[in-house]
Design a binder for this molecule. Structure first.
Ligand SMILES: C[S@@+](CC[C@H](N)C(=O)[O-])C[C@H]1O[C@@H](n2cnc3c(N)ncnc32)[C@H](O)[C@@H]1O
Length: 278
């Protein structure tokens, strides 16, 4: 199974259950607040920047209040359906916000995604996506091709070594800093005390197994992200670490994670390349 298939399969299985947990709403809110406090840092001319700065994340559409049109692309039909259903129930028409199914990194793009309305964006954003992508330089390059010269790519993902274990009550365990996100993968032979029988019988572990299959790296270093943005041809690259950690649960595994935010801009003189790419 290709990684693209693994991603489609995993996210189709979880669909809207992906972010309907109370702890996930909190994660979304923290990322929303962090990015809305840094609109200048993104470096593109947003609209309505005086408004909505502390309102809730409107189902995760962090930049929604500051842009005119949003176009989503996701490989999972279920994630796309959920996204569009939420936009409609928030009263937003498809002309303003709409997502379509597509593999952003496929060599051949389907007709719908090769049209001019899917290019020349001021901003491209990927939330918690890059740890699922096989070739992060290729991924960043594909996104760059969809930006106008001067347009920005903004991503958020997890910081390597930035996890803390949480106790039963969800409180961070002092001195537990490290990588704790994927340690219960029962096929790796270091199953940390969980027997194969338990893992195989427990549906939560099987979902975790599918999640692990769709993840390439669980986290990134600040330098690593800077490097792959630069290699993909971005300029004005900056990677910052969110001070506040976020609390997450995966199949009974309670952890606090650290999030990094990264941005880069398509060079203004990238026009010639734009022409030859199209
Ligand atoms: C962890 S989810 C993040 C969802 C959302 N961006 C957020 O911030 O909550 C990662 C998403 O990346 C999508 N994805 C993975 N590979 C992809 C690809 N090649 N093209 C488009 N979407 C992809 C998955 O289907 C999934 O919805």
């Amino acid at each position: 199974m290709s990684l693209a298939d693994a991603n489609r399969k995993y996210f189709d299985t979880i669909g809207d259950a992906y972010d309907n947990k109370p702890w996930f709403a909190k994660v979304n809110q923290q990322v929303t607040d962090a990015l809305r406090a840094r609109l200048d840092w993104v470096g593109i001319p947003f609209v309505n920047t005086g408004s909505a700065s502390s309102s809730n994340s409107e189902e995760g559409k962090i930049f929604g209040p500051y842009v005119t049109v949003t176009r989503g692309i996701d490989i999972s039909p279920n994630m796309v359906a959920t996204y569009n259903a939420r936009a409609r129930s928030a009263g937003l028409p498809a002309s303003t916000i709409d997502a379509v199914v597509g593999d952003l990194f496929a060599p051949e793009q389907p007709k719908g995604l090769s049209g001019p309305e899917y290019f020349n964006f001021d901003l491209a954003t990927v939330g918690f996506g890059f740890h699922h992508f096989e070739d992060v330089v290729h991924a960043a390059r594909c996104l760059k091709q969809r930006l106008r010269p001067g347009g920005a790519l903004v991503i958020n993902d997890f910081l390597e070594g930035g996890d803390l274990k949480a106790d039963e009550q969800g409180n961070p365990v002092e001195g537990s800093k490290g990588n704790h996100a994927m340690h219960r993968h029962h096929h790796h032979g270091h199953s940390q005390g969980h027997s194969h029988t338990r893992a195989d019988d427990d549906p939560a572990y099987n979902v975790l197994e599918e999640m692990n299959t769709s993840i390439v790296v669980p986290s990134f270093t600040q330098e690593g992200v800077k490097k792959f943005f630069t290699e993909a041809g971005f300029v004005d690259v900056d990677v910052i670490i969110m001070e506040e950690k976020v609390y997450m649960e995966f199949a009974g595994n309670k952890i606090w994670r650290t999030i990094l935010l990264a941005k880069g801009r398509r060079p203004l003189d990238d026009v010639e390349k734009l022409k030859s790419e199209l």
